[in-house]
Every structure is written in C-alpha cells, then in structure tokens.
Ligand binder design. Structure first.
Ligand SMILES: Cc1cc2nc3c(=O)[nH]c(=O)nc-3n(C[C@H](O)[C@H](O)[C@H](O)COP(=O)(O)OP(=O)(O)OC[C@H]3O[C@@H](n4cnc5c(N)ncnc54)[C@H](O)[C@@H]3O)c2cc1C
Length: 566
C-alpha cells in the first residue's frame, strides 16, 4: 500500500505552504495530492492582494488589523486565532518576499499597500491584480526546489479514521481510474472552498466543490458555521467572474441608474470600501427598488466606474480586470463603466479546526478555505484569505511534523477501499433517469433562492426540502462514459454529489440561526442577536445519515461585541 508520514490534500496556497513547512524536517515522507495540476488551484485566480500590517503607507499595527478583522466578522471570529494570524502576517509576507514573490513596490522599493474593504488603513500587499497567481507560482517553485513529492491529478474520495486517530485516505488516480488506499500518520486537508454550490453565478473555479469538506461530513466529523457564504459585490454581469475589490480600493465608484454613488446611503464613511456583505446587500437593494440597470437579455446590474482613475493607473494596477471586462463584457473600463452584480465567492464555514489546524481527530488537520478556524466569522474581509491560507497552512504543517515524529501508523481498514470501489461502480450502473447538468442547475437555483444574499424562514425551509429531493434524485445519475482514463463525467458526478451534501449543511443551520450577522442576512430577523446567537454552529452527520446541529462558544479575548458601523 502507498504510505506517507504526512499526506497533504490540495495544492493551493494552504497545501503548498504546509508542504514547504514539512520539507524543513528531513527524513519524513510527505506528499501533496491534488485533483488539478498545482498551479491551476483557485489560489491562482486571486486578484486584489494579501493583508499585513506592514505600515508601509500609513501607521498600522497587528492589533488594528485584528480589530478590523473581528469587527468585519460581525464578532463571530475566534479572537485568539485572529490575533495569531495578524501577528504573523508581516513576518510571513517577508518570508514570501524573500522567496522571490514579486510584490508591487512603492517608489522607495518597499512593498506597496492598497486600501481594501473594512480596513482602517491601506494594508493589502499586492502584485498588480494577479497576487494569487504569483503567490501560487512562487510557492510551487519553492516546493519543487525543496523536493516535495506531488501526486497530481489524483482525486480524494474519503478520509479514514477510527474515532480517535486518522489512518489515511481513499483516492482515485484520475489518469488510470484506479482507486487506492493511502495510509498516513497525518492528513492535512487543504481542498479549498465550496461556492460552486451556487453553480450558475459564482467567481469560483469549476473545481471548488467542497470535496474535502464533504468527505469530512461523510466521515461523521464536525463542520462549523456553514450558513455563512460570502457574496462578493462585483462579479461581471453575465458570468459572475470576479472584479477585484482592489478596483474600489484604487478608487472605483459604484453607480446606479440615477447616476448616484448610492453607497452614501448604506455606509456614509467607508462608501464603496464597506465590508462585502454590506456592499452586496446595497447593490441588491438598489436593484430591487428599481434603481439598477436592466439589459435586453434581462440581466440586472449596477455600474462600477473606473474611468476617473485614468488610463495609466488602470493599465498599471488593474490590467487583468481590464482584460476580463473587455473579453467577457465587451467593455473597456478606460472608456466605459463595468456592469456588475454580486457573485457567490467564499466559504466562511468549513471543517471545524483550531488555530493549529487540528480537528477533533488526532493527525487530521484542515487549513485554508476548506477550514473554519475561525478567523473570518460571519464575513471575511478582502485580502484576509490569502493571509489565512499561508498562516494556517504553515502552522498545520508545523504541528503535523511534530505529531508524526511521536506516533506510528494507525491500522488501515482496507474494506474502505472496496466500499469506495462499489460506490463508484454503482454510478456506472445507475438507471440514468436524471441528468447531471439539470440537477446542478436546479441546485444552484434553489440555493440562490433560499440561501442567497437575503434569506427568510419560509424560503429556506422550501430550499431544504428541495435540496433533499435533489439528493434522492441524484441516486439516478449515471456515468455514461465507460472509460476509466481521465473520466471527467465521473469526476463531475462525484463533485456534484459533494455539492449536494454541502448544500444541506448550509441550509440547516441557516434556518436555525434566527438573527442577521455578517453574510447571513434574514429579512425576518434583521438584527444581530448576541444574547442567543453569539456562537458557532456545528453540523455533524449521524450514523443514520441525518444532520445534527449543535453550538459552540466564540472565543473572545479583548474585543467586546459592538454595533457594526462604517
Ligand atoms: C476569483 C477569486 C479572487 C480572489 N481574490 C482574493 C484576494 O485578492 N485576496 C484574498 O485574500 N483572497 C482572495 N480570494 C480567496 C482566496 O483566493 C481563496 O480563499 C484561497 O486561495 C483558497 O486557497 P486554498 O489553498 O484553501 O484552496 P485552493 O487554492 O482553492 O486549492 C484547493 C486545492 O485542493 C485540491 N482539491 C480539491 N478537491 C480535491 C479532491 N477531491 N482531491 C484532490 N485534490 C483536491 C485542488 O486540486 C487544489 O489544489 C479570491 C478567490 C477567488 C475565487
């Protein structure tokens, strides 16, 4: 059987940073397993930047960064984890700078920083509008230099444990279709987010289907704060492709049909740079109240106007945004405003983990967007995810190295490999009464209707019922392509089944959280209710297959909850 001391699943920023950390300890066998080639991970799509209180542009400090993050989270973040992240930020940025990450610079050569939503100072370090791309390339190069082993184009199917310790995973080699057990003393899940639940309108890569998160749910382990999904205010009108917050950070305006900068009514001080949950609700409110635009195809939107920034700044700081606007909207932002509307973007919720990435199962870690540590609480601030993935990738790698040097391998139950083989065989022999593209579209519609930017009990309950129907109907999905080599039909079916599990885990706690906090906004409970809901939701699947909800306290150190005003 294949075996490693540490197996890292996922090769985005979180997985690669964890790998780099483990490669410092010689003599350990470590591998990174990834369903896409590492440099195609979604981290490479990140545009706007990464936060650290370097204070290069204005006086700043990790404490102020921590306060902004906690306030941005609507006080649901665990403050000990936030403090740790913000404290480590300047050091880890310099670490990456020394690896050769080509940050944009100030005239005097120091790292440039731009303003971002919800931040008191320009704190976001960037490389034009391609920050994630250069970060991923730099980390991958460093991994290759340090001899990290990669299993590229392998697909995680399940995570194995005995109730106390992790024993490994079951995964499929996509090249051959063969299914393998992989034994490991420690497994670090860094499988990314799940905003593809909202398939029809999201900024996320096709592969952001929450595979690791769903595997953890199926393994009977807890997920945290799943009701919180971030909608980014500015997705392109037709596709939902992202226009970075950096565009507003550089000074872009949001404008309605009346030519008005409407943010003055929602966040008079911060205007376009209020946190994302607020700006997304503001745009949708403008549209609902008839002050948005509507095109001939029926798309509704507002404008993001960058023209006043001038050609030079747009070409220098936002070149990719300009290309995306030209390619996907036929609009050159130097000449015309960009039509935008909110788009499903980020998963605040995920695998329940502590600030070292530890889950309740020894040796099983989660880091990056698949994890809920929780540093983002009910609403993530822009630029804090690229930070979260490297900080907690590093810390979980470090912790795993120490852990595996003290333990042997846990017994590996080979019948689990057989079980996955049977599960996959059954997909080839199903009756095919349902079509994947239909169900995927329906799931997306149901989730946008019931668990979108504005929520209410009746719609959420309908959504839960519909998700459960879709789950039943999904039993009829058939994989028509009988080949096992690079079977994308099979892979997409498995990914969809993961999305259905995730969808249920989002809606259930959303119904029970009878308040509005961050991205979870309920028209029937429009106020935050600290007395009853200043707590994390926990979702677990019992042996009977039913989801169970419980609650867990929030860690508060020094920032007492207060009203969130911008
Ligand atoms: C368009 C866009 C722009 C963004 N811009 C910013 C920004 O400017 N600043 C910021 O802070 N944040 C930004 N974010 C958010 C941030 O980029 C992500 O949260 C972060 O990169 C996630 O990193 P990760 O390492 O957790 O996962 P990812 O980079 O998503 O990588 C996931 C990895 O898991 C692997 N994987 C998944 N499932 C399986 C499976 N079943 N088997 C094997 N491997 C699997 C994949 O192959 C991949 O390697 C942006 C996000 C998007 C979508």
């Amino acid at each position: 059987m294949i075996q490693f001391d540490i197996l890292i699943v996922g090769a985005g920023g979180a997985g690669l940073y964890a790998a780099l950390e483990t490669s410092k300890r010689k003599g350990l066998s470590v591998a990174v397993l990834s369903k896409v080639y590492p440099t195609r991970s979604h981290t490479g799509a990140a545009q706007g930047g990464v936060n650290a209180a370097l204070g290069n542009v204005a006086p700043d400090s990790p404490e102020k960064h921590a306060y902004d993050t906690v306030k941005g989270s609507d006080f649901l973040a665990d403050q000990d984890a936030v403090e740790l992240m913000c404290e480590m930020a300047p050091k880890i940025i310099r670490e990456m700078e020394h690896m050769g990450l080509p940050f944009s610079r100030l005239k005097d050569g120091r790292i440039a920083q731009r303003p971002f939503g919800g931040a008191s100072f320009p704190r976001t370090c960037y490389a034009a509008d391609k920050t994630g791309h250069v970060m991923l390339q730099t980390l991958y190069e460093q991994c290759l230099k340090n001899g990290v082993k990669f299993l590229n184009e392998w697909f995680l199917l399940s995570v194995l444990h005995n109730g106390e310790r992790v024993s490994g995973v079951v995964a499929m080699d996509l090249r051959t279709g063969e299914i393998h057990g992989i034994r490991a003393k420690a497994v670090i899940l860094a499988t990314g987010g799940h905003a593809r639940v909202y398939w029809n309108r999201t900024s996320n890569a096709l592969g952001n289907t929450g595979d690791g998160t769903a595997a953890v749910l199926r393994a009977g382990l807890p997920l945290k704060d799943m009701e919180f999904v971030q909608f980014h205010p500015t997705g392109l009108r037709r596709t939902g492709i992202l226009v970075t917050e950096g565009a507003r950070g550089e000074g872009g305006y949001l404008v309605n049909k009346e030519g008005e900068r409407f943010m003055k009514r929602y966040a008079p001080e911060k205007m376009e740079l209020a946190p994302r949950d607020m700006v997304s609700r503001a745009i949708e409110t403008e549209i609902m109240e008839g002050r948005g635009f509507k095109d001939d195809e029926g798309n509704e939107f507002v404008y993001l106007d960058l023209r006043h920034l001038g050609k030079k700044k747009i070409l220098e700081r936002l070149p990719q945004i300009r290309e995306l606007a030209i390619d996907f909207e036929g609009v050159d932002p130097i000449e015309e405003p960009i039509p935008v509307r909110p788009t499903a973007h980020y998963s605040m919720g995920g695998i329940d983990a502590d600030k070292f990435g530890r889950t309740p199962i020894k040796g099983l870690y989660a880091a990056g967007e698949c994890a809920c540590i929780s540093v983002h609480g009910a609403n993530r601030l822009g630029g804090n995810s690229l930070l979260d993935i490297v900080v907690f990738g590093k810390l979980s790698g470090e912790d795993a190295v120490n852990y595996v040097s003290e333990v042997g391998f846990a017994p590996f139950d080979e019948s689990e490999v057989k079980r996955e083989e049977e599960r996959i065989d059954s997909l080839f022999s199903a009756d095919g009464k349902e079509k994947l593209s239909d169900l995927r579209g329906e799931l997306s519609d149901v989730m946008s209707y019931g668990a979108g930017i504005f929520r209410e009990e009746k719609k959420m309950k309908e959504a839960l019922e519909r998700v459960r129907e879709i789950k039943e109907r999904a039993k009829h999905l058939k994989v028509y392509d009988g080949e096992r080599t690079f079977n994308t039909n099979l892979q997409q079916t498995l990914e969809f089944l993961n999305l259905v599990d995730i969808a249920e885990a989002i809606v259930l706690p959303a119904i029970e959280r009878k308040e509005s906090r961050g991205a979870h906004y309920r028209t029937d409970y429009p106020k935050r209710d600290d007395e009853n809901f200043l707590k994390h939701s926990i979702i677990e699947r019992g042996e009977d297959g039913e989801l169970r909800l419980s609650w867990k306290p929030v860690v508060i150190t020094k920032y007492q909850p207060e009203e969130r005003k911008y």
